[in-house]
Design a binder for this molecule. Structure first.
Ligand SMILES: Cc1ncc(COP(=O)(O)O)c(C=O)c1O
Length: 395
């Protein structure tokens, strides 16, 4: 048997791993609350499910589709991006539909990176970026930022080399929930332009913003989409469609044609029935998305104070988007004598039966990620369990 060097280097997704562990414990009859995975707990809205059933009944789900997706869905994504981002001139040729936003990112990295190309990743960064960059032969370069969790041009400048080709921006951000404002984005945009860098903007949480916050994408600063900018998004989070695996890339059409060629060899096409479901999500009734957004907002507003009430857990700035909290647990480690945030996460799973993710998976020590994409009662119970776990170390 042989395992490639590439595969040997590969780390499994930490979020999926912890979630699998939690699910196994639940299957074994242990009452675990899983705050480890970024997956909305709502069933996909009925109109979307019905559109998929209709597509199957009409025989549309049986066959291959074009590699970059059915034309009507590509058009719907182009129109929606035109509307939401205020960009002119986008057509179906600027869109590739992919198997989840994960494949959108993967195909983008495969299409823009040459061996040794460096990509800037502000810390903390979502777990799959670094592995996907490596799989494309690139080099992920993590960029430390201050506790606002927002990268500035000064931060990026410290890691810029003549091999830097791209910068990944995720706002609202997983795992911190921070949102970059227009001024911050304008500065970053100018800087990347100066250095001729590609920008991959992962806007998957763009519609999940709370308490009056608003979302601007770095892609919408001009009248037209800058050929240096690649937009990544999808249906997973906004429409609670994680299982359907529907994502997309919006970019310059020359890039999309290469992404499409790549996808034609990689996935063939994204699952046909899911494409009809996303088409309904984008063109049909939007009532449920607001119901879900409001539920996340209520959860955030409920657990944020409960979290800060846990001895040793500190999150100074309240997140504005996505569905995660990323508290600093340095004090909790001191208080408990537990050596690392990884060990804290293991102890919380084993003893308090709450699954979280170690911040190291996102490139940052002494932090943990808490997903609040679960019901309020479970969230309150989870916070109470973590508090009880920590209180035992006081005095
Ligand atoms: C920042 C970010 N980008 C992309 C994805 C992937 O989304 P999908 O489930 O559509 O592949 C996730 C999922 O957790 C995410 O958090």
């Amino acid at each position: 048997m042989k395992i490639s060097q590439r595969a040997q280097q590969l780390q499994p997704s930490a979020t999926m791993k912890v979630s699998a562990q939690a699910k196994q414990m639940i299957a074994d009859g242990i009452d675990v609350i899983n705050l480890g995975i970024g997956e909305p707990d709502f069933e996909t809205p009925k109109n979307i499910e019905q559109a998929a059933i209709n597509a199957i009944n009409a025989g549309k789900a049986s066959f291959y589709t074009p590699a970059a997706g059915i034309p009507q869905l590509r058009t719907a994504v182009a129109q929606r991006t035109t509307r939401d981002y205020g960009l002119q001139g986008l057509t179906a040729q600027n869109v590739a539909i992919t198997t989840g936003a994960k494949m959108a990112l993967y195909s983008a990295f495969q299409t823009i990176l040459d061996p040794g190309d460096e990509v800037l990743l502000p810390e903390p960064y979502w777990v799959s970026y670094s592995e996907q960059i490596k799989l494309a032969g690139g080099v992920p370069v993590s960029v430390p930022v201050d506790e606002s969790f927002k990268a500035t041009t000064a931060d990026l400048e410290t890691k810029l080399t003549d091999k830097t080709v791209a910068f990944v921006l995720n706002s609202p951000e997983n795992p911190t929930g921070v949102i970059y404002d227009q001024q911050e984005l304008a500065a970053l945009n100018e800087w990347t332009k100066q250095h001729d860098l590609m920008v991959i903007t992962d806007d998957i949480y763009g519609q999940l913003v709370y308490n009056g916050a608003s979302f601007t994408s770095i892609a919408q600063l001009g009248d037209e989409l800058d050929p240096r900018i690649i937009i990544i998004s999808g249906g997973s989070k906004t429409y609670s469609m994680t299982g359907w695996r529907m994502g997309y890339v919006v970019a310059d059409e020359r890039l999309i044609s290469k992404i499409s060629a790549f996808l034609s060899h990689a996935t063939g096409n994204p699952t046909a029935v899911s494409q009809y479901a996303l088409l309904e999500a984008f063109t049909g009734d939007q009532t449920q998305t607001e119901v879900m957004r409001k539920a996340f907002e209520e959860r955030l507003n409920t657990i944020y104070p409960l979290l800060n009430d846990i001895p040793g857990f500190e999150l100074k700035v309240k997140p504005q988007g996505a569905f995660y909290l990323f508290p600093d647990v340095s004090e909790a480690l001191k208080l408990s004598g537990i050596a690392t945030s990884g060990e804290l996460v293991s102890r919380l799973l084993a003893e308090a039966h709450v699954a979280l993710v170690d911040g190291s998976a996102f490139g940052v020590k002494n932090h943990v990620r808490i997903s609040y994409a679960t019901d309020l009662d479970s969230l309150k119970t989870a916070m109470a369990r973590i508090k009880a776990f920590m209180v035992q170390f006081k005095d």
